[in-house]
Write a protein that binds this ligand. Structure first.
Ligand code: CO
Length: 210
């Protein structure tokens, strides 16, 4: 029970502190949310979205899974994206990978890891598509880190090509999709500069029109 007690104690201290500093914080948030960001990141405990982005509760809608994969048959992420983009009308989608990602490392290996091998299959495909470039890198850690970046790029494309984002852009909704990578070594977020700000940056086959 010690783990739970720690959490409950921390929580009460945190809530008391916020209430003292900003008495209207909780009553205001209780009325509703208007986040500006949707975060799609890795489940890794070392990459807590709000903390590393320096944001408060209410600022960011969050979806995390192993190795930040965007699957267009994943009801979970599709529901999150639809709600965040079409209902809450977030302005930015941030796809964030992180160097040293265990999921990406596992996707580069041939030995079995369990269920997760099915989940990581799209990353194996990204690896296969970029095999020449990645395998040319001598150091293993750097090879993993390059695939981390390529995976973010692929998932940014999947978000941008999704029917949800394409519909939003077709309706003239202002929305940008960004690719970021986080360093566990120094806590820095880096913009991979692969942002998509409208459908002109996406292949025509994904465009939707009436
Ligand atoms: Co990870």
């Amino acid at each position: 029970m010690e783990e739970l007690e720690t959490i409950l104690k921390n929580n009460r201290q945190w809530a008391d502190r916020i209430e003292k500093e900003k008495p209207d914080f909780f009553p205001k948030l209780a009325k509703g949310q208007k986040p500006r960001y949707l975060w799609i990141g890795c489940s890794d405990s070392r990459v807590p979205s709000n903390v590393i982005a320096g944001l408060e509760p209410g600022d960011m809608f969050v979806h995390r899974n192993i190795a930040n994969v965007v699957n267009n048959n994943d009801l979970n992420i599709l529901s999150v994206m639809e709600y965040a983009i079409r209902v809450l009308k977030v302005r930015s989608v941030l796809v964030c990978g992180h160097y040293g990602c265990g999921g990406v490392k596992a996707a580069m290996e041939n030995h079995p890891h369990g269920m997760v091998d099915n989940w990581l299959r799209p990353i194996k495909e990204v690896y296969q598509e970029n095999r020449k470039e990645v395998d040319r890198i001598e150091d293993e850690e750097s090879r993993i880190n390059r695939l981390v970046e390529l995976n973010v790029k692929k998932q940014v494309e999947r978000v941008a090509n999704s029917t949800i984002v394409q519909d939003a852009w077709a309706d003239g909704q202002q929305l940008s999709v960004h690719g970021l990578v986080y360093s566990l070594e120094n806590g820095h977020l880096t913009d991979l500069k692969i942002s998509k700000i409208d459908r002109s940056g996406t292949p025509e086959i994904f465009h939707v029109s009436e």
